[in-house]
Design a protein around this ligand. Structure first.
Ligand code: NAI
Length: 319
Protein backbone atom coordinates (compact mmCIF):
# COMPACT_ATOMS: atom_id res chain seq x y z
CA UNK A 1 0.00 0.00 0.00
CA UNK A 2 1.14 3.57 -0.57
CA UNK A 3 2.03 5.71 2.41
CA UNK A 4 -1.25 7.30 3.63
CA UNK A 5 0.66 10.60 3.70
CA UNK A 6 0.58 10.46 -0.11
CA UNK A 7 -3.06 11.56 0.08
CA UNK A 8 -6.16 10.52 -1.80
CA UNK A 9 -6.97 10.00 -5.42
CA UNK A 10 -10.44 11.41 -6.11
CA UNK A 11 -12.51 10.05 -8.98
CA UNK A 12 -15.33 12.35 -10.12
CA UNK A 13 -18.11 10.27 -11.71
CA UNK A 14 -18.60 6.61 -10.85
CA UNK A 15 -19.72 5.29 -14.26
CA UNK A 16 -17.90 2.85 -16.53
CA UNK A 17 -14.58 4.73 -16.68
CA UNK A 18 -14.66 6.10 -13.12
CA UNK A 19 -15.05 2.57 -11.69
CA UNK A 20 -12.23 1.28 -13.81
CA UNK A 21 -9.89 4.12 -12.78
CA UNK A 22 -10.77 3.48 -9.11
CA UNK A 23 -9.75 -0.17 -9.53
CA UNK A 24 -6.53 0.74 -11.34
CA UNK A 25 -5.46 3.24 -8.65
CA UNK A 26 -6.34 0.80 -5.85
CA UNK A 27 -4.33 -1.91 -7.59
CA UNK A 28 -1.35 0.47 -7.32
CA UNK A 29 -1.96 0.78 -3.55
CA UNK A 30 -3.54 4.26 -3.60
CA UNK A 31 -6.44 5.30 -1.40
CA UNK A 32 -9.33 6.31 -3.63
CA UNK A 33 -12.49 8.35 -3.05
CA UNK A 34 -15.19 7.78 -5.62
CA UNK A 35 -17.48 10.80 -5.93
CA UNK A 36 -20.79 11.06 -7.81
CA UNK A 37 -23.74 13.41 -7.55
CA UNK A 38 -26.11 10.50 -6.92
CA UNK A 39 -25.49 8.51 -3.70
CA UNK A 40 -27.19 5.38 -5.15
CA UNK A 41 -24.78 5.54 -8.07
CA UNK A 42 -21.82 5.52 -5.64
CA UNK A 43 -23.26 2.58 -3.71
CA UNK A 44 -23.89 0.63 -6.91
CA UNK A 45 -20.36 1.43 -8.15
CA UNK A 46 -18.75 0.18 -4.91
CA UNK A 47 -20.77 -3.06 -5.09
CA UNK A 48 -19.84 -3.54 -8.72
CA UNK A 49 -16.14 -2.95 -7.98
CA UNK A 50 -16.21 -5.53 -5.18
CA UNK A 51 -17.84 -8.06 -7.50
CA UNK A 52 -15.39 -7.36 -10.32
CA UNK A 53 -12.37 -7.60 -8.02
CA UNK A 54 -13.55 -10.88 -6.46
CA UNK A 55 -14.06 -12.36 -9.93
CA UNK A 56 -10.66 -11.10 -11.13
CA UNK A 57 -9.00 -12.59 -8.05
CA UNK A 58 -10.71 -15.96 -8.65
CA UNK A 59 -9.56 -15.92 -12.28
CA UNK A 60 -6.00 -14.99 -11.24
CA UNK A 61 -6.31 -11.74 -13.20
CA UNK A 62 -6.30 -9.21 -10.35
CA UNK A 63 -3.77 -6.43 -10.94
CA UNK A 64 -1.21 -5.36 -8.35
CA UNK A 65 0.32 -7.14 -5.39
CA UNK A 66 -2.51 -6.56 -2.87
CA UNK A 67 -5.39 -8.98 -2.29
CA UNK A 68 -8.90 -8.14 -3.55
CA UNK A 69 -10.01 -7.36 0.04
CA UNK A 70 -7.04 -5.03 0.59
CA UNK A 71 -7.73 -3.22 -2.68
CA UNK A 72 -11.46 -2.93 -1.97
CA UNK A 73 -10.69 -1.48 1.48
CA UNK A 74 -8.73 1.33 -0.21
CA UNK A 75 -11.81 2.60 -2.08
CA UNK A 76 -14.49 4.67 -0.35
CA UNK A 77 -17.47 6.53 -1.75
CA UNK A 78 -18.77 10.07 -1.38
CA UNK A 79 -21.55 12.25 -2.71
CA UNK A 80 -20.21 15.43 -1.10
CA UNK A 81 -17.57 17.16 -3.20
CA UNK A 82 -15.94 19.23 -0.44
CA UNK A 83 -15.45 16.18 1.79
CA UNK A 84 -14.24 14.12 -1.13
CA UNK A 85 -11.55 16.69 -1.97
CA UNK A 86 -10.03 16.74 1.53
CA UNK A 87 -6.43 15.50 1.36
CA UNK A 88 -6.47 14.89 -2.37
CA UNK A 89 -3.31 14.81 -4.47
CA UNK A 90 -4.86 13.85 -7.82
CA UNK A 91 -8.37 14.19 -9.25
CA UNK A 92 -9.50 12.12 -12.22
CA UNK A 93 -12.69 13.54 -13.73
CA UNK A 94 -14.96 10.95 -15.40
CA UNK A 95 -18.35 12.64 -15.96
CA UNK A 96 -20.20 12.29 -19.30
CA UNK A 97 -18.62 13.78 -22.41
CA UNK A 98 -20.39 17.15 -22.35
CA UNK A 99 -18.43 20.40 -22.41
CA UNK A 100 -20.96 22.42 -20.38
CA UNK A 101 -21.01 19.79 -17.64
CA UNK A 102 -17.21 19.46 -17.56
CA UNK A 103 -16.82 23.28 -17.40
CA UNK A 104 -19.15 23.33 -14.38
CA UNK A 105 -17.22 20.52 -12.66
CA UNK A 106 -13.83 22.16 -13.29
CA UNK A 107 -15.09 25.48 -11.99
CA UNK A 108 -16.32 23.73 -8.78
CA UNK A 109 -13.03 21.88 -8.43
CA UNK A 110 -11.07 25.08 -9.02
CA UNK A 111 -12.91 26.72 -6.13
CA UNK A 112 -12.33 23.92 -3.61
CA UNK A 113 -9.07 22.24 -4.52
CA UNK A 114 -5.70 22.93 -2.86
CA UNK A 115 -2.85 24.49 -4.85
CA UNK A 116 -0.88 21.31 -5.40
CA UNK A 117 -3.50 18.75 -6.45
CA UNK A 118 -3.56 17.79 -10.13
CA UNK A 119 -6.90 18.05 -11.95
CA UNK A 120 -7.02 15.49 -14.73
CA UNK A 121 -9.82 14.80 -17.23
CA UNK A 122 -10.69 11.48 -18.88
CA UNK A 123 -12.23 13.25 -21.87
CA UNK A 124 -12.07 11.32 -25.15
CA UNK A 125 -12.07 14.32 -27.44
CA UNK A 126 -12.86 17.63 -25.71
CA UNK A 127 -10.18 20.29 -26.03
CA UNK A 128 -8.04 20.96 -22.93
CA UNK A 129 -7.77 24.58 -24.14
CA UNK A 130 -11.57 24.93 -23.92
CA UNK A 131 -12.05 22.91 -20.71
CA UNK A 132 -9.35 24.50 -18.54
CA UNK A 133 -9.23 28.08 -19.84
CA UNK A 134 -9.39 30.75 -17.16
CA UNK A 135 -9.12 28.35 -14.21
CA UNK A 136 -7.08 29.59 -11.25
CA UNK A 137 -5.35 26.20 -11.15
CA UNK A 138 -4.83 25.86 -14.90
CA UNK A 139 -1.14 25.04 -14.30
CA UNK A 140 -2.28 21.88 -12.51
CA UNK A 141 -4.74 20.77 -15.21
CA UNK A 142 -4.20 18.04 -17.78
CA UNK A 143 -6.10 15.47 -19.85
CA UNK A 144 -5.32 11.82 -19.06
CA UNK A 145 -7.33 10.01 -21.70
CA UNK A 146 -7.69 6.27 -20.97
CA UNK A 147 -8.69 3.50 -23.36
CA UNK A 148 -11.75 1.42 -22.57
CA UNK A 149 -11.44 -0.73 -20.49
CA UNK A 150 -8.50 0.97 -18.69
CA UNK A 151 -8.13 -2.01 -16.34
CA UNK A 152 -6.97 -4.15 -19.29
CA UNK A 153 -5.68 -1.59 -21.82
CA UNK A 154 -2.91 0.44 -20.20
CA UNK A 155 -2.45 3.34 -22.65
CA UNK A 156 -3.11 6.83 -21.28
CA UNK A 157 -2.75 9.89 -23.53
CA UNK A 158 -1.52 12.92 -21.56
CA UNK A 159 -2.58 16.17 -23.23
CA UNK A 160 -1.64 19.54 -21.74
CA UNK A 161 -3.38 22.92 -21.84
CA UNK A 162 -0.92 25.53 -23.23
CA UNK A 163 -0.50 26.80 -19.63
CA UNK A 164 -0.10 23.39 -17.99
CA UNK A 165 3.05 23.35 -15.88
CA UNK A 166 5.58 20.79 -17.21
CA UNK A 167 5.83 19.58 -13.59
CA UNK A 168 2.13 18.58 -13.78
CA UNK A 169 2.86 16.54 -16.91
CA UNK A 170 5.84 14.82 -15.27
CA UNK A 171 3.98 14.09 -12.02
CA UNK A 172 1.00 12.65 -13.93
CA UNK A 173 3.32 10.61 -16.12
CA UNK A 174 5.07 9.09 -13.09
CA UNK A 175 1.80 8.45 -11.27
CA UNK A 176 0.45 6.58 -14.32
CA UNK A 177 3.63 4.50 -14.49
CA UNK A 178 3.37 3.78 -10.77
CA UNK A 179 -0.11 2.28 -11.19
CA UNK A 180 0.96 0.15 -14.15
CA UNK A 181 -0.49 2.22 -17.00
CA UNK A 182 1.47 3.18 -20.14
CA UNK A 183 1.33 6.95 -20.52
CA UNK A 184 2.37 8.90 -23.63
CA UNK A 185 2.90 12.67 -23.67
CA UNK A 186 1.40 14.80 -26.43
CA UNK A 187 3.47 17.95 -26.79
CA UNK A 188 0.37 19.91 -27.79
CA UNK A 189 -3.29 19.14 -28.34
CA UNK A 190 -4.70 18.06 -31.68
CA UNK A 191 -8.33 17.22 -32.43
CA UNK A 192 -8.98 13.54 -31.54
CA UNK A 193 -5.60 13.30 -29.74
CA UNK A 194 -3.46 10.50 -31.25
CA UNK A 195 -5.21 7.18 -30.60
CA UNK A 196 -8.46 8.28 -32.20
CA UNK A 197 -6.73 9.91 -35.18
CA UNK A 198 -5.01 6.58 -35.91
CA UNK A 199 -8.21 4.64 -35.22
CA UNK A 200 -10.30 6.89 -37.50
CA UNK A 201 -7.79 6.46 -40.34
CA UNK A 202 -8.28 2.68 -40.08
CA UNK A 203 -12.09 2.87 -39.73
CA UNK A 204 -12.44 5.14 -42.76
CA UNK A 205 -10.35 2.89 -45.02
CA UNK A 206 -12.26 -0.19 -43.77
CA UNK A 207 -15.48 1.64 -44.68
CA UNK A 208 -14.22 2.52 -48.18
CA UNK A 209 -13.09 -1.06 -48.86
CA UNK A 210 -16.56 -2.37 -47.93
CA UNK A 211 -18.26 0.43 -49.86
CA UNK A 212 -16.20 -0.34 -52.99
CA UNK A 213 -17.09 -4.05 -52.78
CA UNK A 214 -13.48 -5.12 -52.20
CA UNK A 215 -14.12 -7.17 -49.04
CA UNK A 216 -16.90 -8.10 -46.61
CA UNK A 217 -17.16 -6.40 -43.18
CA UNK A 218 -16.34 -9.66 -41.36
CA UNK A 219 -13.25 -10.24 -43.52
CA UNK A 220 -11.93 -6.70 -43.09
CA UNK A 221 -12.03 -7.30 -39.32
CA UNK A 222 -10.09 -10.55 -39.81
CA UNK A 223 -7.40 -8.63 -41.73
CA UNK A 224 -6.90 -6.59 -38.57
CA UNK A 225 -7.32 -9.24 -35.85
CA UNK A 226 -5.34 -12.01 -37.62
CA UNK A 227 -2.91 -9.78 -39.51
CA UNK A 228 -1.97 -6.24 -38.54
CA UNK A 229 -3.26 -6.59 -34.99
CA UNK A 230 -0.95 -9.55 -34.30
CA UNK A 231 2.02 -7.21 -34.69
CA UNK A 232 0.42 -4.09 -33.33
CA UNK A 233 -0.19 -5.64 -29.92
CA UNK A 234 3.59 -5.55 -29.52
CA UNK A 235 5.05 -3.08 -32.03
CA UNK A 236 3.81 0.21 -33.44
CA UNK A 237 3.56 0.92 -37.18
CA UNK A 238 6.89 2.75 -37.25
CA UNK A 239 8.97 0.03 -35.61
CA UNK A 240 7.10 -2.60 -37.66
CA UNK A 241 8.37 -0.81 -40.78
CA UNK A 242 11.85 -0.45 -39.25
CA UNK A 243 12.06 -4.23 -38.76
CA UNK A 244 10.58 -5.04 -42.18
CA UNK A 245 13.65 -3.53 -43.87
CA UNK A 246 17.14 -2.59 -42.76
CA UNK A 247 15.82 0.27 -40.63
CA UNK A 248 13.14 2.87 -41.23
CA UNK A 249 15.08 4.86 -43.85
CA UNK A 250 15.70 1.69 -45.83
CA UNK A 251 11.93 0.89 -45.55
CA UNK A 252 11.09 4.32 -47.00
CA UNK A 253 13.59 3.86 -49.83
CA UNK A 254 12.19 0.44 -50.68
CA UNK A 255 8.48 1.00 -50.21
CA UNK A 256 7.89 4.76 -50.05
CA UNK A 257 6.88 5.13 -53.68
CA UNK A 258 4.43 2.21 -53.51
CA UNK A 259 2.91 3.53 -50.29
CA UNK A 260 2.37 6.94 -51.87
CA UNK A 261 0.79 5.34 -54.96
CA UNK A 262 -1.70 3.40 -52.80
CA UNK A 263 -2.41 6.37 -50.51
CA UNK A 264 -3.27 8.48 -53.56
CA UNK A 265 -6.11 6.03 -54.31
CA UNK A 266 -7.75 6.57 -50.90
CA UNK A 267 -11.20 8.11 -51.33
CA UNK A 268 -12.84 11.02 -49.52
CA UNK A 269 -13.86 10.99 -45.85
CA UNK A 270 -16.95 8.74 -45.51
CA UNK A 271 -20.25 10.23 -44.31
CA UNK A 272 -20.80 7.28 -41.91
CA UNK A 273 -24.48 6.82 -42.78
CA UNK A 274 -26.79 5.16 -45.33
CA UNK A 275 -26.41 1.79 -47.06
CA UNK A 276 -22.81 1.09 -46.08
CA UNK A 277 -23.56 1.65 -42.40
CA UNK A 278 -26.56 -0.71 -42.71
CA UNK A 279 -24.50 -3.34 -44.53
CA UNK A 280 -21.74 -3.32 -41.90
CA UNK A 281 -24.26 -3.33 -39.04
CA UNK A 282 -26.14 -6.32 -40.46
CA UNK A 283 -22.93 -8.24 -41.01
CA UNK A 284 -21.79 -7.76 -37.43
CA UNK A 285 -24.92 -9.07 -35.72
CA UNK A 286 -25.18 -12.83 -35.64
CA UNK A 287 -28.41 -14.68 -36.32
CA UNK A 288 -29.43 -15.13 -32.69
CA UNK A 289 -32.64 -13.32 -31.74
CA UNK A 290 -31.26 -11.99 -28.44
CA UNK A 291 -29.02 -9.23 -29.75
CA UNK A 292 -28.22 -7.71 -26.33
CA UNK A 293 -26.84 -11.06 -25.26
CA UNK A 294 -24.46 -11.09 -28.25
CA UNK A 295 -22.96 -7.75 -27.19
CA UNK A 296 -22.63 -8.87 -23.57
CA UNK A 297 -21.00 -12.19 -24.51
CA UNK A 298 -18.58 -10.58 -26.98
CA UNK A 299 -17.62 -7.83 -24.51
CA UNK A 300 -16.87 -10.44 -21.83
CA UNK A 301 -14.82 -12.43 -24.34
CA UNK A 302 -12.99 -9.23 -25.42
CA UNK A 303 -12.12 -8.40 -21.80
CA UNK A 304 -10.89 -11.96 -21.15
CA UNK A 305 -8.71 -11.77 -24.29
CA UNK A 306 -7.30 -8.38 -23.31
CA UNK A 307 -6.55 -9.54 -19.82
CA UNK A 308 -4.65 -12.59 -21.13
CA UNK A 309 -2.83 -10.40 -23.63
CA UNK A 310 -1.82 -7.99 -20.86
CA UNK A 311 -0.37 -10.95 -18.94
CA UNK A 312 1.51 -12.19 -22.01
CA UNK A 313 2.90 -8.74 -22.77
CA UNK A 314 4.19 -8.49 -19.20
CA UNK A 315 5.90 -11.90 -19.52
CA UNK A 316 7.42 -10.97 -22.90
CA UNK A 317 8.85 -7.72 -21.42
CA UNK A 318 10.75 -9.72 -18.80
CA UNK A 319 12.75 -11.54 -21.50
P1 NAI B 1 -20.79 7.13 -17.75
O1 NAI B 1 -22.03 7.74 -18.28
O2 NAI B 1 -20.69 5.64 -17.64
O3 NAI B 1 -20.50 7.71 -16.28
C1 NAI B 1 -20.61 9.07 -15.96
C2 NAI B 1 -20.82 9.20 -14.45
O4 NAI B 1 -20.76 10.60 -14.11
C3 NAI B 1 -22.18 8.69 -13.95
O5 NAI B 1 -21.97 7.84 -12.84
C4 NAI B 1 -22.92 9.97 -13.53
O6 NAI B 1 -23.82 9.76 -12.44
C5 NAI B 1 -21.75 10.85 -13.13
N1 NAI B 1 -22.06 12.28 -13.12
C6 NAI B 1 -22.88 12.99 -13.94
N2 NAI B 1 -22.87 14.28 -13.57
C7 NAI B 1 -22.05 14.41 -12.52
C8 NAI B 1 -21.64 15.50 -11.71
N3 NAI B 1 -22.09 16.73 -11.90
N4 NAI B 1 -20.77 15.25 -10.69
C9 NAI B 1 -20.30 14.00 -10.47
N5 NAI B 1 -20.66 12.93 -11.22
C10 NAI B 1 -21.52 13.13 -12.22
O7 NAI B 1 -19.59 7.72 -18.65
P2 NAI B 1 -18.19 7.03 -18.99
O8 NAI B 1 -18.33 6.13 -20.17
O9 NAI B 1 -17.60 6.50 -17.74
O10 NAI B 1 -17.33 8.29 -19.50
C11 NAI B 1 -16.75 9.23 -18.62
C12 NAI B 1 -15.67 10.02 -19.35
O11 NAI B 1 -14.66 9.14 -19.81
C13 NAI B 1 -16.18 10.78 -20.59
O12 NAI B 1 -15.52 12.01 -20.70
C14 NAI B 1 -15.75 9.87 -21.73
O13 NAI B 1 -15.54 10.55 -22.94
C15 NAI B 1 -14.42 9.35 -21.19
N6 NAI B 1 -14.01 8.08 -21.79
C16 NAI B 1 -14.93 7.09 -22.01
C17 NAI B 1 -14.54 5.92 -22.64
C18 NAI B 1 -15.56 4.84 -22.90
O14 NAI B 1 -15.29 3.99 -23.74
N7 NAI B 1 -16.70 4.83 -22.22
C19 NAI B 1 -13.13 5.68 -23.04
C20 NAI B 1 -12.22 6.76 -22.69
C21 NAI B 1 -12.67 7.92 -22.10
Amino acid sequence: MTDPKEGFIVIIGSGLIGRSWAMVFASGGFRVKLYDIIQEQVTAALEDIRKQMDELAKAGMLRGSLSADQQISLISGSSDLKTALEGTIFIQECVPENLELKLKIFSDLDAHVNNTAIISSSTSCLSPAKMFNGLRHVKNCIVAHPVNPPYYVPLVELVPHPQTDPVTVEKTYHLMKKIGQSPVKLMKETDGFVLNRLQYAVISEAWRLVQDGVITPRDVDIVMSEGLGMRYAFLGPLETAHLNAEGFKSYCERYGEGIQRVLNTFGPVPNFSGDVAKKIDEALWDDQPDKSNQLKTRREWRDACLSHLAKLKKEMKKE
